[in-house]
Design a protein around this ligand. Structure first.
Ligand code: MN
Length: 228
């Protein structure tokens, strides 16, 4: 096979404790998955029908990277989130099968052009320009599920310039990981290489050029970076 133009590079992430990398297929995100965050956005949680959106795989940037402040916004917001990496796929899964797909976990930022998101909401437009822009998904190295020790008490937090901005335990998620995967699998055929951003706790706020962020899924993964 030869291509008429240079083939795009497959995005990938490092794995803690390994020289191998995790290839990224798709990036799914769930919205409004922590009640306090839904409230701060003036929205409510829909228990029955979770809300999803996507980012392109090449929006992912790795740990330690400089993240360029995006064009066309004056309100770049951080959303710290646990990220689930799938090592297998499936469709129409039930909740009992869902965790079998999980290969590992990381911590990431669902960077958001909040001003463009507000405009999109007001007009009933899609969220792509608010959510799916270049460099919009800083993401840590991944830890294999077998050694991650993820539980309801696991703490997710974000510091910006040393100041605590967001913190919650995973037990505060409205839709847990098995339910997120099972629901997504009824909307898309999931495959190995898919990533899922699992929603952000309250405390989302603006980032400025020069800000340094430090995200943690405590005991599992850490992410550092700087807005430039
Ligand atoms: Mn989010």
């Amino acid at each position: 096979m030869t291509y008429i133009i240079a083939a795009p590079v497959l995005p990938s992430l490092p794995i803690l404790g390994s020289d191998q990398r995790f290839p990224i297929r798709r990036v799914f995100c769930i919205g409004r998955n922590y009640a306090e965050h839904a409230r701060e956005m003036g929205a409510s949680v829909d228990e029955a029908t979770p809300m999803f959106f996507c980012k392109p795989a090449d929006a992912v940037v790795g740990d330690g990277a400089d993240v360029p402040y995006p064009s066309a916004t004056g309100e770049l917001h951080h959303e710290v989130e646990m990220v689930v990496a799938l090592g297998a796929g499936g469709r129409d899964l039930d909740v009992e099968q869902a965790l079998l797909l999980v290969w590992g976990y990381g911590v990431g930022l669902d960077l958001t052009r909040r001003d463009l998101q507000a405009q999109a909401k007001a007009k009933g437009h899609p969220w792509d320009v608010a959510k799916a822009f270049d460099h919009s998904a800083p993401l840590s190295a991944l830890r294999p599920a077998a050694t991650a020790g993820i539980g309801a008490d696991t703490v997710l937090r974000l510091r910006v310039n040393g100041e605590l901005r967001q913190q919650a335990t995973l037990g505060e998620m409205v839709h847990g990981v098995p339910r997120i995967i099972a629901t997504l699998s009824r909307l898309f055929e999931l495959k190995a290489g898919d990533l899922i951003f699992t929603g952000t706790p309250a405390g989302v706020a603006a980032l400025q050029r020069g800000d340094r962020f430090h995200a943690e899924l405590v005991g599992v993964a850490e992410l550092d970076g700087r807005i430039v």
